[in-house]
Design a protein around this ligand. Structure first.
Ligand SMILES: [Zn+2]
Length: 87
């Protein structure tokens, strides 16, 4: 166990809050599945189920196309709280 595990919760957060439909305009709900560089978090780290992960990836891609989430982040823009300025 050389590597420290950052995300220990293994259950699906979206199943827990009983999310059936995701809106790409509600960026706050996608926060759990985006890294600080706005990348989609892999399922093995978030513990999301397949169903919700598929939903999330579709919604995030839609939100990117609508310019709600940046596609890429330069080194200077990297922040620990990516949704600070969205609130
Ligand atoms: Zn789920």
């Amino acid at each position: 166990m050389a590597e420290k595990r950052k995300y220990k919760k293994r259950f699906c957060k979206y199943c827990e809050s009983k999310v059936d439909f995701m809106d790409y305009k509600e960026v706050g709900a996608l926060r759990f599945s985006l890294s600080e560089r706005y990348k989609i978090m892999p399922r093995r780290l978030t513990g999301n189920c397949k169903r919700h992960q598929d939903m999330i990836s579709a919604v995030i891609k839609r939100a990117r196309a609508a310019a709600l989430i940046p596609y890429t982040v330069t080194r200077k823009q990297v922040v620990t709280q990516p949704f600070e300025n969205l609130r």
